[in-house]
Design a protein around this ligand. Sequence first.
Ligand code: ACO
Ligand code: PYR
Length: 538
Amino acid sequence: MNREKIYLFDTTLRDGQQTPGIDFSVEDKIAIARLLDEFGMDYIEGGYPGANPTDTTFFRQKRTTSAGFVAFGMTKRAGVSASNDPGLAVLLQAKADAICFVAKSWDYHVHVALGCSLEENLASIRDSVEAARAASREAMVDCEHFFDGYKANPAYALDCARTAYEAGARWIVLCDTNGGTQPQEVREIVAAVIASGVPGSHLGIHAHNDTGQAVANSLAAVEAGVRQIQGTLNGIGERCGNANLVTIIPTLALKPVYADRFEIGIDADRLSGLTHLSHSFDELLNRSPDHQLPYVGASAFATKAGIHASALLKDPKTYEHVPPETVGNFRKVMVSDQGGKSNFLNALKRRGISVDKDDPKLDRLIALVKEREATGYAYEGADASFELLARRILGTVPDFFSVESFRVMVERRFDANGNLKTVSEAVVKMAVDGTTVMSVAEGHGPVNALDLALRKDLGSYQAEIADLELVDYKVRILNGGTEAITRVLIESTDATGIRWWTVGVSDNIIDASFQALMDSIIYKLMKNRDLAGRIAAE
Ligand SMILES: CC(=O)SCCNC(=O)CCNC(=O)[C@H](O)C(C)(C)COP(=O)(O)OP(=O)(O)OC[C@H]1O[C@@H](n2cnc3c(N)ncnc32)[C@H](O)[C@@H]1OP(=O)(O)O
Ligand SMILES: CC(=O)C(=O)O
């Protein structure tokens, strides 16, 4: 069966740049354009040449190889001819394949924001499209506030769309600029536009997420006949964002209701790079990925509930709407107080630990995890502490060293120059290699001092932990006040690049940190032995 093409138009670099807190440099734009181009977008809107030096520089050369490179800007102003409009001149000079004009299509906006007549606005649309075509650019028109405009004055909104189409625009994009339109309204209004003479093959949708329905509105528009979808990576964009292409793309590709009728320019191989694309983009923005993002989030295929895990391990289809690997994500069965034997057996197997389902030690481990979680531990975020706990119950963790006691002192005092200073010192009494050692260290704060003291004098293990590095430290107060229970999570890494999380819980933040630090060091020593064992076996 012949499938119709849905064109994907990415506006991460234009509407995405209107996101509060996001500000791309030229280098950022080049890197993001490359990611999008390689992924297979049909159009990449790079920004608004002439609006600021970054965008003007970005459009000094074409930045895409296969995607259409699109410059955005407003239609010519009323009262000047197209050839005398400086803004339009900059758009025509931009090294772009296409120009996407933003045009008013709500009569109220024409009167209030532009202050010109309805006819003058139609003339601006027509003349701008014709100028772009005369300059051999593909022309598109973003009909701003189209749905609100249609509700206020349907005849005028339709006139704007038809004027753009008749002037030769390849795409007339219906914009839900304020983001309040509902899917049913989108369906009805798109149908009215098509009935007025603008074919669906020339229509696009640009939806904002102000009622959380930008993706639903985009899909409703496709069902009603539009064939271009505008959106952004991870749904960034003005206010609550734009339609999230990272959600729309797999939906179009994997859901039979769309995949049977439509094709997109992204094949299965590229689709399997979607999670990577989404996370690489977050990395560029220097922000943590949203764990609950559909398809690509770390929790998108994670299962905590025991009943779910049990069925999932018999057949993943029982609790997964699509296979995670189709989008480059992976299944995660977690251990927590919500889990049963299946969660634990799976988690242990992943760590190379085999234990029989009927082994009483497994019951002991499950009971201990549930008991500890009730007191504040959280093992789903502390993989290394879970593994240590499991191995301890199964009796496979060597006694590397033991800590008999520790003391941490924080002193605030004036130094010799009269400057106020805070000094932290830790003393740890340990039994290592059959001898008792007192290790003393000063640090930047009590936890750092404790960490340094713990790692300073580990006898025969000292060299082994030289590359151990703490990369993140998170504190969570579990119930208010200074007497509250505190949970500390520590992320560690070493020269192998592997990262692991450990947890400590106590009514004393230093003691909670100590537990997490100890687990981190012991996990590292155990990991070294596992690695050495594997190398010896090869
Ligand atoms: C719905 C959207 O997301 S549209 C995205 C718009 N993007 C941006 O605005 C980001 C970049 N914008 C800018 O840097 C600036 O607004 C510029 C450079 C484009 C223009 O700056 P200025 O000339 O100082 O104008 P200013 O921003 O104050 O106002 C916009 C002007 O454009 C006019 N205008 C707005 N839309 C259109 C349009 N579709 N066609 C013609 N003129 C328009 C307005 O009437 C206003 O004119 P006025 O100055 O005579 O009142
Ligand atoms: C054009 C655009 O970004 C909007 O109408 O939302």
